[in-house]
Ligand binder design. Structure first.
Ligand SMILES: NC(=O)c1ccc[n+]([C@@H]2O[C@H](COP(=O)([O-])OP(=O)(O)OC[C@H]3O[C@@H](n4cnc5c(N)ncnc54)[C@H](OP(=O)(O)O)[C@@H]3O)[C@@H](O)[C@H]2O)c1
Length: 266
């Protein structure tokens, strides 16, 4: 993986926690320049301090992915101060724990802004530099809810489905010009994602779900993502027993539709 990551300028959103933090810590073992973004600057500083120990260069650019203007100005700042980005991880995101009937439309919009549009803005900002260099890699962290809808996840599943359409198209348009695109589809990963998830009125859910707590570790997930990126895989799927639902959806949809409303959503 040295060849893929050594000497690269790599921007990770959602680097303060979970999968983004684990990506940063593993990438720090290469000779990379890491750009770490999210809202919690104190947490980013702790991650950056860890990353600098093995000698990695690290810059922090706070960002609010819910605010398109802030995403745009942050991207302009990064590009003017750092220069071209070689690899972008559109990782930052929030999940949801609320039924459709209980969810305010503003909450659906907020999820879409954070989980979908912020990555679209950043992608469009870094692409011209990648195209002029003739190489680059953009990675979108989707979810298995980008493959199938799931109770309590309507806005989240919608945003993750949207990612698939956008990034598959991007791959089709640009892979022959040296721009790689990967969509990552994790199942349950042990992070704060359920604690930070929004409820129907936009307030935090605040609970570590059993499903989350018994999931794959963020470090294992990050390592699998980096292996997939190294192999230039378009789809990177990281699942435990959730593979069954993907299988049913694809090959025996009638079983999938019998099961999907019965699977424990928390
Ligand atoms: N964990 C899972 O089971 C799982 C499964 C499938 C997909 N995913 C996806 O994996 C990605 C990372 O999530 P995670 O599991 O690592 O959860 P996490 O530990 O809660 O991390 C989420 C990250 O996103 C950042 N973030 C959230 N809202 C933001 C905002 N408005 N502006 C800027 N940054 C924001 C958070 O940083 P700040 O709070 O500092 O802003 C944090 O660094 C997400 O896209 C998630 O949908 C997770």
């Amino acid at each position: 993986m040295k060849k893929t990551f050594d000497g690269k300028t790599i921007w990770i959103t959602g680097a303060s926690s979970g999968i983004g933090k684990a990506l940063a810590l593993e990438l720090a073992s290469y000779k990379t320049h890491l750009i770490l973004s999210s809202r919690k600057v104190g947490e980013l500083e702790k991650v950056a301090a860890e990353c600098r120990k093995p000698g990695c260069k690290c810059s922090i650019y706070p960002i609010d992915l819910a605010d398109p203007e802030n995403v745009t100005t942050t991207a302009d700042k990064v590009l003017s101060e750092i220069g071209n980005i070689d690899i972008l991880f559109n990782n930052g995101g929030i999940s949801q724990r609320s039924y459709v009937v209980d969810t305010a439309v503003d909450v659906d919009r907020k999820i879409m802004e954070i989980d979908y549009f912020s990555g679209v803005i950043l992608t469009k900002k870094v692409l011209p530099g990648m195209i002029s260099n003739g190489n680059g890699h953009i990675i979108a962290i989707s979810s298995i809810t980008g493959i199938f809808g799931f109770p309590l996840r309507s806005g989240y599943a919608a945003a993750k489905h949207a990612l698939h359409g956008f990034y598959e198209t991007l791959w089709a348009e640009l892979h022959e010009k040296g721009i790689n695109v990967s969509v990552v589809r994790p199942g349950r990963i042990r992070t704060n994602v359920s604690v930070e998830a929004v409820t129907g009125d936009g307030k935090p859910y605040g609970i570590m779900d059993h499903g989350q707590d018994s999931g794959i570790s963020a470090e294992t997930c990050a390592h699998k993502i980096l292996k997939g990126v190294h192999r230039r895989k378009v789809m990177i799927t990281i699942v435990g027993k959730e593979w069954l639902m993907i299988f049913f959806k694809k090959y025996t949809p009638f079983i999938f539709y019998k099961l999907v409303s019965k699977v424990q959503p928390t």
